[in-house]
Design a protein around this ligand. Structure first.
Ligand SMILES: Cc1ncc(COP(=O)(O)O)c(C=O)c1O
Length: 460
């Protein structure tokens, strides 16, 4: 058995994503736990990258994948259709907001974003509105990491180096009440954050704007912020006024993560395009989807065109079988209700045990999606300087104590800002929720101790 010490650059032939990090070598997963090659156990409190909803080592999903691979592993979606894709499209559209009845399947979230950017462009071309191509988004936000999707993604430190390579699209501030740019406190505001969309459309020239893309409940760049209830109805009204389509990116917050199949449903709003990924297969294989309305596709067809997008692994039989098995598993075990129940408990425990912690500025989220923002000053909400690497210290200390959390940096101004995300599998138990909060609380104490007196910072 190899020692964990080895798995850091320049070991072996894997190009590690992080070049200064010691990777634990994971050999198996069971429920909410991961085990490394030295039998160390980790509670996966973030479900990896907010992906694992049905738990690790799920035999039902694994069996469905194996059976489909043995029966029919691959055909091109350009040439054939098959049972897994037909069934998954039917079941996914049945749980999606009414009216979204066409689904296209790809491998990852980024691909779904790019497919949506191309779809909206194609739609407006088919309608004769040939100048429309811009996709307005928010800063910060995250919609993907390829050159097309980076133009709409608002994760500045991922983009700066590559600026000459991509086309940037207009950005508006996000509905993060904790950091309201207008200094307002909800509900004593007039949804300036939504009105900003109208200003951005006017400024960009409405004739050139094809769509607005947003994560209904913000993902890691917004620390699980849940926008106030009238935000999306207002957004949709503005979109309709200017012939702008609304793309809801539910790659992270969808598939039950907030307790509803889709986070946008609780706002009573149906987007024109809905993107799904991550939890669609709970991590068992790579799969994402773009859902839209039939009339959008009919418009394209009537213009004499096809839907101009294809990738080798689109509509993949094994991936679709995994998606189907995941949806059925969540339904059969009533795991959305469980996500709501355990999510309520998680938020109660976080609020009860961490609100007064000197590092913690805000705790937010819905269902089994929680964001915890760390601040240098609880009153002014000033972030820690990036050079202190506070959130890296939190995650390394958590990992050393058997807890996996997801980190994000830079949400305050593109550089500073430290937060973690929690998104455990929906099968998490009361005791495990308690375990997550207990370990985290101890970890934050240790981190506070370690940075105490640094740059004049003291534990209040
Ligand atoms: C909201 C959102 N959209 C898109 C993406 C990109 O998905 P992927 O990493 O699967 O390409 C992510 C990934 O974290 C995401 O959170």
């Amino acid at each position: 058995m190899s020692s964990n010490k080895k798995f850091a650059y320049p070991h072996g032939n894997v190009l590690y994503r992080k070049l200064r990090y010691q990777f634990p070598y994971i050999v198996r997963g069971e429920g909410v736990y991961l085990f490394d090659n030295e039998e160390r156990r980790y509670l996966d409190a973030s479900g990896g990258a907010m992906v694992v909803n049905a738990g690790h080592g799920n035999a039902e999903i694994a069996r469905a994948i194996g059976e489909q691979a043995a029966k029919l592993a691959y055909v091109s979606g350009m040439q054939f259709t098959h049972e897994p894709v037909e069934e998954l499209a039917r079941e996914l559209c049945a749980i999606a907001p009414a009216g979204l009845n066409k689904a296209f399947f790809l491998s990852g979230g980024t691909e779904a974003t790019e497919a949506a950017m191309k779809l909206v462009r194609q739609y407006w071309m088919a309608k004769g509105q040939t100048k429309k191509y811009k996709v307005i988004s928010r800063m910060p936000s995250y919609h993907g990491n390829t050159l097309g999707s980076m133009g709409v993604s608002g994760r500045q430190h991922y983009r700066t180096l590559f600026e000459p390579l991509y086309i940037d699209h207009p950005k508006i501030p996000p509905p993060i009440c904790y950091r309201c740019p207008w200094g307002k406190t909800f509900p004593q505001c007039d949804y300036e954050c939504a009105q900003e969309l109208e200003l951005a459309i006017q400024q960009a020239d409405p004739e050139t704007v094809a769509a607005f893309i947003a994560e209904p409940v913000l993902g890691s760049t917004g620390g699980a912020m849940v926008p106030p209830e009238q935000y999306y109805p207002r957004v949709l009204e503005i979109c309709r006024k200017y012939d702008v389509l609304f793309i809801a990116d539910e790659i992270l917050c969808g598939m039950g993560r907030t307790g509803d199949w889709f986070a946008i449903s609780s706002y009573g709003v149906t987007p024109d395009v809905l993107l799904v990924g991550k939890g669609l297969t709970g991590g068992y294989v790579a799969l994402s989807a773009m859902l839209t309305r039939e009339d959008i596709i009919t418009t394209i067809r009537e213009s004499g065109s096809e839907f101009l997008h294809a990738q080798t692994f689109a509509q993949h039989p094994v991936a679709c079988a995994a998606g189907l098995a995941t949806i059925r598993f969540l339904q059969q075990h009533d795991l959305l209700a469980r996500c709501t129940e355990m999510g309520t408990l998680l938020h109660q425990e976080l609020l009860a045990h961490l609100t007064d912690h000197p590092l913690v500025g805000d705790i937010r989220g819905r269902g089994l999606l929680a964001g915890i923002e760390f601040v240098r000053d609880k009153t002014t909400r000033a972030p820690f300087p990036r050079a202190w690497r506070v959130v890296e210290l939190v995650s390394a200390t958590a990992l050393a104590h058997g807890l996996v959390v997801w980190t994000n940096v830079g949400h305050v101004d593109g550089k500073d800002g430290d937060l973690i995300m929690l998104a455990p599998p929906f099968i998490v138990t009361d005791e495990q929720v308690h375990e997550i909060v207990t370990i985290l609380s101890r970890v934050l104490d240790m981190v506070a101790e370690e940075i105490s007196h640094k740059g004049g910072w003291t534990r209040a």
